[in-house]
Design a protein around this ligand. Structure first.
Ligand code: CO
Ligand code: CO
Length: 324
């Protein structure tokens, strides 16, 4: 993607506060001194077999980039591709219902969309929210002395891969679905109240990929304590079964020189750290002194996990260090 973006012409515009060149989660456009819009879009093929759940997950995932920057979503538009002649219309209704319910829970509303004939289902949303221009949380604000908090366990990519291979245990589907449908709304509110310095949501590049972007943007080194990173039951087993998604393997290969992993960390666990997430949690960087307030707020508001999983150090020779 970097290759493509770097080959496009630039159209400087002083109202664009966050644009494509920063590879941030969403774009931000200033309307006035106290208001900016935050825009984002995401869509993908079904990740679970239940169409209502798939709709909820697609919505929670699309909304997530607004939350990662501290914005408030207002409106959304559907993007839907499906085999119009052959697919049962009730399935489409279920997908859209799941999504609409989730958008409603977010306090936003779907105001339109577009449908296209395709050989397979693809569904997602574009989302528009608002944010105060002075209160944007980016991935560039992490400072030495911060600690890192992760709000959902890792491993949804492996579980989705196991679903597609028909090798999944139902209990793992239920746990992962419960996590993927959970909005990052309350986690975002908690981080704003507690005074986070930086944030990113964990999606397709996995924890390591998004942490790498945060380390680069903030010019720091992130140090993770592998044993404290929450992962879903069954994930290491799915790694051993060879179910690591191709895109997760690519992240691992691409980042090999930027990350130093202590050899005592189990290889299966290392793979989970690179696992591509769908509707993953927020990775929040916050000054150490404010971390306890954040973790308490996250716990009270139903975050699935709320422990400190690492710390931010002065920039060293690598972007990320992983210790046991
Ligand atoms: Co994101
Ligand atoms: Co995204």
């Amino acid at each position: 993607m970097a290759y493509i973006v770097n080959h496009l012409p630039e159209y400087p515009n002083e109202r664009v506060l966050v644009g494509p060149k920063t590879f941030a989660d969403a774009g931000i456009y200033k309307i006035s001194d106290d208001m900016a819009t935050v825009s984002t879009l995401d869509f993908f093929t079904p990740v679970v077999n239940n169409p209502y759940d798939y709709g909820q997950i697609a919505a929670a995932n699309a909304l997530s980039d607004v939350y990662a920057m501290g914005g408030k979503p207002l409106t959304a538009m559907n993007i839907l591709c499906y085999p119009i002649k052959s697919l049962d219309r009730d399935i489409v209704v279920e997908i859209l219902k799941g999504s609409a319910d989730k958008v409603d829970e977010a306090g936003a509303v779907i105001i339109g969309g577009h449908t296209l004939q395709d050989s397979e289902i693809k569904y997602g949303l574009s989302v528009t929210g608002i944010i105060h221009p002075d209160r944007i949380v980016t991935n560039a604000g992490a400072r030495a002395g911060d600690v890192l908090v992760l709000t959902k366990p890792l491993g949804t990519g492996l579980i989705i891969s196991a679903i597609k291979a028909d090798k999944v245990l139902e209990e793992h589907v239920n746990l992962a679905t419960r996590s993927m449908v959970l909005l990052n709304k309350t986690a975002s509110e908690a981080m704003l109240e507690a005074g986070a310095s930086a944030c990113t949501d964990i999606t397709g590049f996995g924890l390591m990929g998004h942490a790498y972007e945060l380390a680069e943007a903030s010019k720091v080194t992130l140090s993770f304590f592998a044993g404290r990173i929450p992962i879903f039951d069954g994930c290491e087993r799915y790694v051993r079964m060879g179910l690591m998604p191709g895109v997760s393997k690519l992240s691992k290969k691409y980042l090999k020189d930027a990350i130093r992993i202590n050899p005592k960390v189990r290889e299966e666990l290392v793979d989970v750290l690179f696992d591509a997430q769908t509707s993953g949690g927020l990775l929040i960087s916050i000054p150490k002194g404010k971390a306890e307030i954040l973790c308490t707020k996250l716990k009270e508001r139903g975050a699935l996990t709320y422990d400190v999983v690492g710390e931010v150090r002065e920039r060293g020779d690598v972007s990320i260090i992983v210790t046991p």
